[in-house]
Design a protein around this ligand. Structure first.
Ligand SMILES: [Zn+2]
Length: 361
C-alpha cells in the first residue's frame, strides 16, 4: 500500500472519529447548550427559530435542522455554526479535544499516517533519565481496546463528571479480562514491559497488567499523543486499587497541553486528575499535579507567566502548605498565583465542590 493511500486513510479515520463526537460535547466547546437528544430550537446563529426545528438523533451524534436544511455530525455542526470550511472546522474541533484522534484502526506498524509522529527510537536525545520515550502507539492501542462501560460511567457520574467532559478527556475503562495478553501478542513482551503496563514481577511466561480490570482509565495527553496512564478503581474501599500508575515510568502532569494553549488566560493548578477535570468542567482550565514526584518544571512555570493562575490544591493542611510553597516558587518565575480560600461549604477538594452542584469556579 502506498503512502498516499495511508495518508488518506488516516485523515478519513480522524474525520470519522471527530464527526461522531456527541453534539452535547461540541456544544460545550462552543459555549452553547445542546440537548442530549430530541427536538430543540435551532442553535445556528443565522436561524432565529421560533419553533423547534432542530433535532439531535442517533445517540446524540447526528443533527438536522429541517428549516435550514442542514444536517451532519460534529464537524458539520462546527462548519455551520462558525460559517467556516471543513478543514478549519475539523482543526478547531481537534484543538478543542486536545487530542489528535487517530481513528479507530491502528495503522500497520512501520507505516506512517499523516500527522502521526513516527515512534521515537530510543536514541540518546530522547532518553529521559533512564527512561525510553513514551510508547504512544501502544498506549493508543490500549485506549482503543478500553472503551468506557456502564460501571465506569456510573462511577464518573457519581463524581459529578459530565458526558462532554468524559469525551473531551478521552476517559476509558480497563477491560474486564486482561488486555495484557492481547498487547503482548501484538507488540511483544519487551515493548509492553517497557511501556510500564506490566507488574514488576512479570516475566515473558507470566505477566499481569499493573492497571487492574474494570478500573477507569485516564490517558495523559501531550502534544496530541498519549504519554502516560493512571487508573482509578471503582470501589473506594479497595485501597490498593484506588489510583494506579504505570510501572517504572516518570509521573507526568495531567492536561499539560493547556499550559501552552494561547487561548487560555486563566488556569488552575489542582491536585490530581479528578480535580483538574472537575475544574475544567466548571469552566476553569486546569493542570493536575500528582504527588511530589511531578513538580512543575522551569519551562512549565515560565509558560504560566501573564496568566491568571489559581492554586486549587486540597483544602487540608498538606494542601495549604504546598500552596504556600508553590506560590513562592512561582513568584520566582514572575508568576503571581492566588490561593483560593476553602469553600465555606467545607468542600475539601475541587471534585467535592463540583459534587455540591456548583457549575462554575
Ligand atoms: Zn436552523
Amino acid at each position: 500500500m502506498d503512502i498516499r493511500t495511508l495518508e488518506r486513510m488516516g485523515v478519513k479515520e480522524s474525520t470519522q472519529a471527530l464527526n461522531s463526537l456527541r453534539l452535547e460535547t461540541v456544544g460545550s466547546f462552543l459555549g452553547i447548550q445542546l440537548p442530549v437528544k430530541g427536538m430543540a430550537r435551532c442553535p445556528l446563529p443565522n436561524h432565529d427559530d421560533g419553533t423547534p426545528s432542530f433535532e439531535i438523533r442517533q445517540e446524540g451524534r447526528r443533527w438536522v435542522c429541517y428549516a435550514c436544511n442542514l444536517s451532519g455530525g460534529a464537524i458539520d455542526f462546527v462548519m455551520a455554526y462558525h460559517n467556516t470550511d471543513f478543514m478549519t472546522a475539523k482543526a478547531w474541533l481537534m484543538s478543542k479535544c486536545g487530542y489528535a484522534i487517530r481513528g479507530n484502526k491502528r495503522h500497520p506498524s512501520g507505516t506512517r499516517i499523516l500527522g502521526a509522529k513516527p515512534r521515537p527510537q530510543p536514541t540518546e536525545k530522547n532518553v529521559e533519565i533512564h527512561e525510553s520515550a513514551p510508547d504512544s502507539e501502544l498506549y493508543q492501542e490500549l485506549l482503543r481496546q478500553s472503551p468506557l462501560r456502564k460501571s465506569g460511567l456510573e462511577y464518573l457520574q457519581s463524581r459529578g463528571i459530565s458526558n462532554p467532559t468524559i469525551d473531551r478527556f478521552a476517559i476509558g475503562q480497563m477491560p474486564s479480562t486482561s488486555v495484557a495478553h492481547q498487547l503482548v501478542r501484538e507488540f511483544g513482551f519487551a515493548r509492553v514491559k517497557s511501556s510500564g503496563l506490566l507488574t514488576k514481577n512479570s516475566t515473558p511466561n507470566w505477566y499481569l497488567s499493573i492497571l487492574p480490570p474494570d478500573a477507569v482509565l485516564f490517558p495523559y495527553i501531550e502534544g496530541g499523543e498519549i504519554t502516560y496512564f493512571q487508573s482509578r478503581g471503582l470501589v473506594d474501599t479497595d485501597k490498593s486499587n484506588r489510583w494506579r500508575n504505570l510501572n517504572h515510568r516518570r509521573m507526568r502532569i495531567y492536561n499539560i497541553d493547556i499550559l501552552t494553549n494561547p487561548t487560555v488566560n486563566r488556569l488552575a493548578i489542582c491536585e490530581g486528575v479528578l480535580d483538574a477535570i472537575s475544574s475544567a468542567q466548571m469552566g476553569c482550565e486546569a493542570i493536575g499535579l500528582i504527588g511530589a514526584s511531578a513538580p512543575l518544571s522551569r519551562q512549565n512555570m515560565i509558560s504560566l507567566r501573564g496568566k491568571h493562575v489559581e492554586i486549587l490544591l486540597d483544602w487540608d493542611n498538606a494542601g495549604e502548605n504546598r500552596a504556600t510553597a508553590l506560590r513562592k516558587e512561582l513568584s520566582q518565575f514572575g508568576v503571581s498565583a492566588t490561593r483560593r480560600l476553602a469553600p465555606r461549604s467545607g468542600a475539601k477538594d475541587v471534585n467535592d465542590y463540583l459534587r455540591e452542584g456548583h457549575t462554575s469556579l
